[in-house]
Design a protein around this ligand. Structure first.
Ligand code: PLP
Length: 222
């Protein structure tokens, strides 16, 4: 299957209200261009250096999403163009994104990453931590970022019930924050969940944004 035909069948498969982030990490610009020519405009990368190299070689109307865990010292490489950070889980990183966004006269959208998987991971907030962060004066004073929703990754397992349960938790966190912290905020609306192996379950559980790599571009070899 070609990238183009993978994409076409994907877009047929998903509801209109679900955005497709084509995860092009490790893939060459030629592959991205092929997806672009098939109509895809949103691409996700997880290494700041990689996307900083690819971005200038590709059309300007691509919407770049950063989907990985961000290190503070790398925000500056991508702040001039990145549209949305999916994996934000601390005040420290929000503060840096805000600082770099301000420098470039931009507002950058961010999703709060939650820890929903059973696996031990350093990344992701709990609901309490998120509510705490969102209520702090220091956060409220950040004017060049917008929190537009939540993001999470499920446990890497074949147990579909487990995956469904985790996505359901993320949706509950979203609903909770929507009613407590973002009741009158129209931009807080995205739930980024679902990858090649579990996007159907994610959509059933309320995903508005799926991040698909392998099923579009094929296996990654590095
Ligand atoms: C790599 C990656 C994806 C895409 O994974 P596939 O299984 O190839 O679809 C999605 N989200 C994040 C955060 C990733 O790092």
């Amino acid at each position: 299957m070609s990238i183009q035909s993978n994409l076409v069948s994907f877009l047929k498969d998903i509801p209109e209200n679900v955005k497709l982030v084509a995860v092009s990490k490790t893939k060459p610009v030629e592959d991205i261009l092929e997806a672009y020519q098939a109509g895809q405009r949103i691409f996700g990368e997880n290494k700041a250096q990689d996307v900083a190299v690819k971005q200038p070689q590709l059309p300007n109307d691509i919407e770049w999403h950063f989907i990985g865990h961000m290190q503070t010292n790398k925000v500056k490489f991508i702040a001039p163009f990145v549209k949305l950070f999916h994996g934000v889980d601390s005040y420290k990183i929000l503060k840096e994104i805000n600082k770099q966004a301000l420098k470039h006269g931009r507002t950058i959208d961010c999703l709060l990453q939650f820890h929903i998987a059973e696996e031990q991971s350093k990344f992701g907030l709990s609901l309490e931590e998120a509510e705490q962060l969102l209520s702090e004066e220091s956060f409220i004073s950040l004017e060049n970022i917008r929190i537009t929703g939540v993001m999470g990754m499920s446990t890497f397992t074949h147990d579909k019930h487990q995956v469904r349960k985790e996505f359901r938790h993320l949706k509950q966190y979203f609903d909770q924050l929507k009613s407590t912290c973002f009741a009158n905020d129209e931009v807080f609306k995205e739930i980024s969940m679902g990858m090649s192996g579990d996007y159907r379950i994610a959509i059933e559980e309320g995903s508005t944004m799926i991040r698909i790599g392998t099923a579009i571009f094929g296996e990654r070899y590095k």
